[in-house]
Design a protein around this ligand. Structure first.
Ligand code: AR6
Length: 184
């Protein structure tokens, strides 16, 4: 584990399965349809049970899903966390289609929504670096930059005390541990 402190917020790199994390909010790397999928999305719905999907379906009815870069909130069903934020990362198409901006927006909009609901702790997976094939070194830099920029703007609404970046695969873990301090 490695941690940097920015203002009131500790940003930590951890390893493991995000569904085992207990805290206020876990973030899901979802798709725009919000109807589940493979990867971390599949595991979150499998472990969290049908209640999460029920709320996703309601959001679909209300607003037709969730565009890339945006974030929506549901309950966490049987998970240990209190809520799930579903955000939709970009599919990597070579980097010339604004993928970096969309990925940065995933982190920023999730942090904003977490603060809107009064969360103190949040855990992120490495969005877009699995099925959506975003190159891991680029995604790591975009994630760390977006999160630390958000915190360095010293927003009065930020009450987050802990942001955990949960690395599931060894390549991401190595990248995040190597690069975290550059963003302190
Ligand atoms: N805990 C933490 N991280 C995990 C876990 C886990 N249990 N399982 C996988 N990861 P991905 P994407 C990591 O593919 O690239 C779905 O079908 C994984 O190692 O889950 O954003 C959705 O419905 C990788 O680093 O998400 C979408 O259609 C990271 O999570 C699409 O995949 C993200 O990999 C989204 O693709």
């Amino acid at each position: 584990m490695k941690t940097i402190q920015i203002g009131r917020t500790a940003v930590s790199v951890r390893t493991g399965d995000i569904t085992a994390w207990s805290g206020d909010i876990i973030v899901n790397a979802a798709n725009s349809g919000l109807l589940g999928g493979k990867g971390v999305d599949g595991v979150i719905h499998a472990v969290g049970g049908p209640e999460i999907m029920e709320e996703c379906k309601k959001i679909r009815q209300l607003q037709g899903g969730c565009p890339p870069g945006h974030a929506v909130l549901t309950c966490a069903g049987l998970l240990k966390a209190k809520h799930v934020i579903h955000t939709v990362g970009p599919i990597w198409e070579g980097g010339g289609r604004g993928e970096d901006h969309t990925l940065a927006e995933c982190y920023r909009s999730s942090l904003q929504l977490a603060n809107e609901v009064g969360a103190r702790t949040i855990a992120f997976p490495n969005i877009s670096t699995g099925i959506y094939e975003y190159p891991k070194p680029f995604a790591c830099d975009v994630a760390l930059k977006s999160i630390t920029n958000y915190l360095k703007e010293e927003r009065p609404e930020n009450r987050l005390e802990e942001i955990d970046l949960i690395c599931f695969d060894p390549e991401n873990e190595k990248l995040y541990v190597q690069r975290l301090e550059q963003f302190a």
